[in-house]
Ligand binder design. Structure first.
Ligand SMILES: [Zn+2]
Ligand SMILES: [Zn+2]
Length: 339
């Protein structure tokens, strides 16, 4: 079977791999139809993903079809169309025992720590499949990326009518905005890039946008009747933005770090204490986030039509991938087609 191997930074190669084995206890064999390309894949391609080992099959945003199931695979049948929860957790550690498998101590993310979905078929634990009878493979491949945003909004317990700021209008920030709006919040988008904010207004229907500047704090006060937002999400993973975000939070509010920075982030403790602020990190997503999103996509509450901006069949990806990494090409989500 064919697989697309990231051999080293900047080099993707189509190669022939042995057929996938038969599924064992609790496992399913799946055919991969769609793979969404995400920031992690782009970082790995650029050689900027920390602790990433090459060669690796990338791809963790998957729309798949079940070809065969092993024993003990309740709820999963041959022919099912599924989204994949690509976080392989140990089911034994303290996080797993407390229902937080998204931050398992032994976490292995498909396409990052172990091989992912850029291959025609593979075997995975059936418990990681989320079935939908009606969604397209494109939609199924979008579920993981949306789950990140849904999980962040669920962590923050966003309430109706509160003011929410999302810093960073990239794919992850856009996901957060979508679910914060769905929760009934008033959403303000912040970014350094005016074009991205224009996209937020015109395509995402975000009413309030602010280009980040020295005046941002005052603009936030003006919009919120002097109160400031009660929830601030940072989806930039940029240390200066993460540090600056503490200033934007209303007293008693919460700050949620969705984006990750590989280093130290500092803040001025008296500000943090004075406001009795809550600082939250979010990582990956939970099975319930996947289930919620499938439901919202199925009933039309979440419109997936603006997401996919670029696509290519598997064999064209070695040539095309580079162009998807160029910010000037306006890629929101590129989709790879396998079958
Ligand atoms: Zn992703
Ligand atoms: Zn675990």
């Amino acid at each position: 079977m064919k697989a697309l191997v990231l051999e080293e930074p900047g080099r993707l190669r189509l190669s022939e791999r042995p057929q996938a084995p038969s599924p064992q206890q609790g496992e399913a064999l799946v055919r991969v139809h769609r793979v969404g390309v995400c920031g992690t894949d782009i970082h790995a391609y650029a050689g900027k993903q920390p602790f990433f080992e090459y060669p690796r099959l990338i791809g963790h945003e998957l729309g798949v079809e079940v070809l065969e199931v092993g024993p003990d695979t309740q709820g999963i049948q041959m022919g099912d169309h599924c989204a994949v929860e690509p976080y392989l957790n140990c089911e034994k550690c303290i996080a797993c025992r407390r229902g937080k498998g998204n931050c398992c101590a032994q976490m292995k993310v498909m396409g990052v720590h172990i091989d992912g979905g850029l291959r025609e078929q593979f075997v995975l634990p059936a418990r990681k499949l989320h079935v939908s009878p009606t969604l397209s493979f494109d939609q199924l491949a979008l579920v993981e990326t949306l789950a990140i945003g849904a999980h962040a909004v669920a962590r923050a317990q966003v309430e109706r009518d509160e003011w929410v700021v999302v810093i960073g209008a990239g794919p992850i920030g856009l996901g957060v905005m979508q679910f914060a709006k769905q929760a009934g919040a008033h959403v303000i988008a912040l970014d350094v890039n005016a074009e991205r904010l224009q996209f937020c207004r015109e395509v995402w229907n975000i009413e309030h946008t602010i280009v980040v500047s020295d005046a941002t704090l005052e603009e936030l006060r003006a919009l919120t009747d002097g109160d400031l937002p009660t929830v601030v999400f940072d989806a930039t993973g940029h240390p200066a933005s993460m540090k600056g975000a503490f200033e934007f939070v209303a007293p008693g509010g919460r700050l949620v770090f969705v984006g990750l920075f590989q280093g130290e982030v500092s803040f001025f403790d008296p500000d943090f204490h004075r406001k009795e602020m809550t600082l939250l990190a979010t990582r990956n997503a939970l099975p319930q986030d996947f289930k919620n999103i499938l439901g919202w996509m199925e009933n039309g509450e979440i419109d997936t039509s603006p997401w996919i901006t670029h696509r290519a069949p598997l064999h064209e990806v070695p040539e095309t991938f580079e162009s998807w990494t160029n910010p000037r090409n306006g890629v929101l989500k590129a989709m790879i087609e396998l079958a």
